[in-house]
Design a protein around this ligand. Structure first.
Ligand code: M6R
Length: 604
């Protein structure tokens, strides 16, 4: 999604902005732009390019200029096609005010009509441009005052950074519903929509809250409210590829570590307990909850579907998993004994955030499972658990997914031991959880085999993924991954449902990926696979080590180690992630930047 970077300070080299912007490439975008104030000419130079940041860079180096402050942007089209004219920055009639914006101005049509009647001339099809003209309308020499006046008229969401050649020694930034952080360094200040953009400059940051306006000048900054300085706990190296050809592969391979971190210090083995500091404030209230509604999107929602099986089996609490985008549009039967849990890697997904706001308005306790520390969802919820999976850059969520499963297993242990789960069962789950990172290392050894299988299956345009019980959501996640990365049509099905419809699609050109570990539903999975074989369907199975009989039934097998049934998904998803990755690469796609998708989906 859109990305913002701004800089003010002694360095006058816009290359700083370009490199910072590149760190946001992972979010997905379709055009880029920059505006730089040049003090000698007292002018703002602006460049825009459709497509990659490298195109903007090429334009810049063909006639470079210097200056400060500067603002940069990557755009992911919402209003108006991806084009140079619609790319940010946008400006006013006098070319005095330049602005970059993340979010959506919902009342832009009515504002635009009004401003046009007042004589303002628009160039682009974007909602953003109204902000420039509104600020122009109120500008009387003081930029922050004009921004403040303008924002009073706006409905929607925004993170903005604005500069003006008539009030040049400042960047004015403001936020409502779209993240912005302020980076503080010796003699320089930065503004960004994502800490990844500025972490190589500074780890001293302030997260802006909704309705706050920050004014950055070369030697100082000012926010309308006193705020504590925080410290980013990860370094720039963690957000680099470190020798892997793609972030996605790097993130798949680092899963043993990214599931170990959320477990660290959170298990008391002899007591069979999970210690979750983030839930301490609501620990007693949680004892009284009688229902749990979980909201999430995409891959995070698949993690929740696994969580639903875990929580219902071991805590006895009825659980419902809802797509966040639907939550506020249906009648919710919630009472004070219901808790709502939001699961999100980025902590910024607009649909999930809106679901939380809806629940909070009804006075319901809201919990979060979030990866990005300090993100909006983590701050909007009453209590929660951080994944601590480290920054996830690939648009396709992989390590965040397995860390979500790990955290949901911890939550199951936590709530289960408050209720009916026995000490012995608690100890079993806790001990097995500690073994999972090692078992994951075993699974990752199948990488070369999966790569060969990707070569064998890469030309099929349709794939069926099937699973049951705990591995049904994994079938959905496997299909989700190959759709978004390799653009292969795939269905993620409950194996038992096949015979009611999708079996009609199966033939020698429509292979099936069957997730069939040796668990309580294995025999039923076998029935579904027999039915597929009877229709000449090819099968690639993910099965438990030691299951030799399956070789007689299917075409190819990838083995995973034995573990507790509830924890199997943490392992079984890994070959599917690798498979999607290699099919995408073999088909020649840029797997870190799938077309039309963005990392953090900050629009509804
Ligand atoms: O940041 P979130 O976990 O809230 O994001 C939710 C989805 O947008 C995300 O999982 C998306 O489906 C990914 N592309 C999956 O790989």
């Amino acid at each position: 999604m859109c990305g913002i970077v701004g800089y003010i300070g002694k360095k006058d080299n816009p290359q700083i902005g370009l490199s910072a912007l590149k760190r946001l490439e992972y979010r997905g975008y379709d055009s880029a732009g920059m505006a730089v104030f040049n003090p000698e000419k007292q002018e703002i130079f602006c460049l825009k390019a459709k497509g990659k940041i490298s195109e903007l860079e090429r334009k810049f180096y063909s006639a470079p200029f210097s200056g400060s402050p500067f603002i940069f942007h990557t755009r992911w089209a919402t209003h108006g096609e991806a084009s140079e004219i619609n790319a940010h920055p946008h400006w006013d009639c006098q070319k005095n005010i330049f602005l970059v914006h993340n979010g959506i101005i919902e009342n832009y049509q009515e504002l635009k009509e009004k401003l046009e009647k007042e004589g303002h001339k628009f160039q682009s099809e974007t909602d953003t441009e109204v902000l420039c003209h509104l600020i122009e309308k109120y500008f009387q020499g003081n930029l922050e005052e004009a921004v403040r006046q303008a924002l009073k008229e706006v409905r929607g969401t925004y993170g903005i950074a604005v500069i003006s050649k008539k009030d040049p020694q400042k960047i004015v930034a403001a936020k409502l519903g779209s993240p912005l952080i302020l980076g503080i360094n010796q003699d320089e200040f930065l503004i960004a929509s994502d800490p990844a953009a500025i972490v190589s400059h500074t780890r001293q940051v302030i997260t802006l809250d909704d309705n706050e306006i920050a004014v950055l000048s070369p030697n100082n900054f000012f926010i309308l409210k006193e705020k504590p300085i925080e410290k980013i706990e990860w370094d720039a190296g963690e957000a680099q590829k470190q020798g892997f050809s793609h972030f996605m592969l790097k993130e798949i391979m680092e899963q043993p570590e990214s599931i170990e971190t959320p477990l660290r210090g959170r298990l008391i083995i002899d007591q069979g307990l999970a210690k979750l500091g983030g839930l301490e404030p609501v620990k007693e209230r949680l004892k009284g909850i009688e229902r749990l509604n979980i909201v999430a999107c995409g891959t995070a929602r698949h993690a929740c579907l696994v969580g639903e099986y875990m929580l219902e089996e071991y805590t006895g609490i009825p659980v419902e998993v809802e797509a966040s985008s639907e939550f506020r549009y249906r009648k919710q039967i919630l009472d004070k004994k219901t808790a709502v849990l939001a699961v999100s890697q980025s902590g910024e997904t607009a649909d999930t955030l809106e679901a939380i706001k809806e629940a909070k308005e009804k006075g319901i306790m809201c919990l979060g499972v979030v990866n990005v520390v300090g993100s909006t969802i983590s701050r909007e919820t009453d209590a929660g658990i951080y994944n601590h999976a480290g920054p996830e850059i690939g648009v396709a969520s992989t390590k965040a997914f397995t860390s979500q499963l790990t955290v949901l297993a911890l939550l199951t242990l936590f709530l289960g031991r408050q209720r009916e789960m026995s000490l012995v069962m608690g100890q079993r789950i806790a001990k097995e959880l500690l073994r999972i990172p090692e078992l994951m290392r075993e699974v990752l050894k199948s990488e070369a085999q999966v790569k060969e299988l990707a070569q064998k299956y890469k030309d099929f345009n349709n794939l069926m993924y099937i699973g049951r019980k705990y591995n049904y959501p994994i079938a959905r996640e496997g299909a989700h991954k190959i759709k978004e990365i390799a653009y292969v049509h795939a269905e993620g099905m409950r194996a038992g449902e096949l015979k009611h419809c999708e079996l009609a699609l199966i033939d020698e050109n429509f292979p099936t990926i069957a997730i069939c570990p040796s668990d309580s539903v294995y025999d039923k999975m076998k029935n579904a696979m027999e039915e597929i074989k009877a229709r000449q369907g090819k099968i690639l199975a993910v099965a438990t080590e030691g299951n030799n009989e399956i070789k007689n039934l299917v075409d190819d097998v990838i083995y995973i180690p034995k573990t507790l049934e509830m924890l199997t998904p943490i392992l079984s998803v890994v070959p599917l992630q690798l498979f999607a990755y290699y099919v995408g690469v073999l088909r020649g796609y840029d797997v870190d930047h799938p077309k039309n998708l963005a990392k953090a989906v900050t629009v509804e």
